[in-house]
Design a protein around this ligand. Structure first.
Ligand SMILES: [Zn+2]
Length: 62
């Protein structure tokens, strides 16, 4: 897994809130720039990118 910002090494980490019991979110964190990615956000972004691509393809074929 590479960081989308700096292509640095990303490691799997957990994001803890003030109350760990209710806020314990698995994330990817970049060792280089500290950027963190929530897998759910990442999935959503990938889905959006796919959707955008299919829209572009539809436009191109019509
Ligand atoms: Zn980074």
């Amino acid at each position: 897994m590479k960081c989308t910002r700096c292509e640095g090494l990303m490691v799997f980490d957990r994001l803890y809130g003030p109350d760990e019991a209710i806020f314990d979110l698995p994330i990817w964190r970049c060792l280089n720039c500290g950027s963190s990615v929530d897998p759910l956000v990442l999935q959503k972004r990938l889905a959006e990118a796919k959707q955008l691509k299919s829209v572009e393809e539809n436009v191109a074929s019509s």
